[in-house]
Design a protein around this ligand. Structure first.
Ligand code: COA
Length: 269
C-alpha cells in the first residue's frame, strides 16, 4: 500500500510512514488479526506522538491489513494482565494515555478499514475523525460475549455515531455487521471496493493536507465542542481559533489564490 520508508515500532507490529504530507500508521500483526497488545498500544502512542510533532504532517491515516483493521484487545494477555477489576483498571490505565492522545489529536485523522474492526479496534476507529471502509469491513463490539464492560468513552462515541438504539443492539448481542449496514447506520462514512479503498482514502487525505490547516483546526475544535454538554463547552477556544484563522497569512493567501485563479499554498499560520 505504502511505497515510502517506514519506521518500525513494537517489533514491527506498528509501522509509521509519511507521504505527501500524510502520516500513515499501520497496524501490522496479521497473524493475530491485529489484536492490540499493550506493546502495540505503546508503539501506536509513539507513532501518534511522532506524527503529531512532525511539521510536515497535516493529516494522519490509520490502516490495518487485508483481513483486519484491528480485531480488538489481545485476549491472550487477559489472563495475566486483565483478569479482575483491579488488574483491568491498571490495564486500562496503560492503554488510556494512548487513546487520549488520539481523542485529543490536533490533526485530522482517518481510519482506513478492511476486514475485522472489533472491540478495541472499533474504539480506535470511532476515535478517528473519519471512517472509510472497504466492502470487506466487519464491525462489532463482542464485549457481552467476553464479559467485559466497554466503558464510558467507547460507548459515548458509539452512541453519538449510531444513536442509542443501534448502540444497544450492537452491545447486547455482540453481533457483527457488514460494511453496508455500518454505512447505513452512520458508523462509517464511505464504503469502497477493496481495490479502491487505499487510493480513495489517500485522495481524501491529500485534499485535507492541501487545505488551510488553521481552518481545519477550527472545524475540528468546534465540532468537538458541539459534541460536549453545553456546560462543558470551551467557547473561548472556539472564539480564539476563529481569530487565529481570520488573522492568518493563510486566509490572505486563500483570498489571493482565488482571485488569481491558482492553487493556494497554505503554511498553517
Ligand atoms: N486477541 C488475541 N488473539 C486474537 C484476537 C484477539 N482479539 N483475534 C484473533 N486472534 C488470533 C486467534 O486466536 C488466532 O490465533 P492462532 O492462529 O494462534 O489460533 C489468529 O488470531 C487468527 O484468528 P482466527 O480466529 O483463526 O481467524 P478468523 O479470520 O477465522 O477470525 C476474528 C478472526 C477476529 C473474527 C476472530 O479471531 C475473533 O473473533 N477474535 C476475537 C475478537 C474479539 O473478541 N475482540 C474483542 C476483544 S476485547
Amino acid at each position: 500500500m505504502l511505497n515510502v520508508p517506514q519506521k518500525s515500532l513494537a517489533d514491527g507490529k506498528i509501522l509509521q510512514g509519511v507521504a505527501d504530507g500524510v502520516g500513515i500508521i499501520t497496524f501490522n500483526n496479521p497473524d493475530k488479526r491485529n489484536a492490540m497488545s499493550l506493546e502495540m498500544w505503546e508503539g501506536f502512542g509513539q507513532a501518534l506522538t511522532d506524527l503529531r510533532d512532525d511539521p510536515d504532517v497535516r493529516v494522519v491515516v490509520l490502516a490495518g491489513g487485508e483481513k483486519a483493521f484491528v480485531s480488538g484487545a489481545d485476549i491472550s494477555q487477559f489472563e495475566k494482565v486483565r483478569h479482575n477489576a483491579e488488574a483491568s483498571e491498571e490495564y486500562s490505565r496503560r492503554s488510556a494515555d494512548h487513546r487520549a492522545l488520539l481523542a485529543d489529536y490536533p490533526k485530522p485523522t482517518i481510519a482506513c478499514i478492511r476486514g475485522f474492526c472489533l472491540g478495541g479496534g472499533m474504539q480506535i476507529a470511532m476515535l478517528a475523525d473519519i471512517r472509510i471502509s472497504s466492502l470487506s469491513g466487519q464491525f462489532g463490539i463482542p464485549a457481552a460475549k467476553l464479559g467485559i464492560a466497554y466503558g464510558y468513552d467507547g460507548l459515548r462515541h458509539l452512541v453519538s455515531l449510531v444513536g442509542p438504539s443501534w448502540a444497544r443492539l450492537i452491545m447486547y448481542t455482540g453481533m457483527r455487521i457488514d460494511s453496508a449496514e455500518a454505512l447505513r447506520i452512520g458508523l462509517v462514512d464511505r464504503v469502497l471496493p477493496d481495490a479502491e479503498l487505499w487510493d480513495a482514502t489517500m485522495e481524501i487525505a491529500r485534499t485535507i493536507a492541501g487545505n488551510a490547516p488553521l481552518a481545519i483546526k477550527a472545524a475540528k475544535i468546534t465540532i468537538a465542542q458541539v459534541l460536549k454538554d453545553p456546560a462543558d463547552r470551551d467557547m473561548p477556544a472556539i472564539r480564539q481559533i476563529g481569530i487565529d484563522c481570520m488573522d492568518s497569512e493563510d486566509f490572505r493567501e486563500g483570498r489571493r489564490a482565488f482571485m488569481e485563479k491558482r492553487k493556494p499554498d497554505f503554511k498553517g499560520r
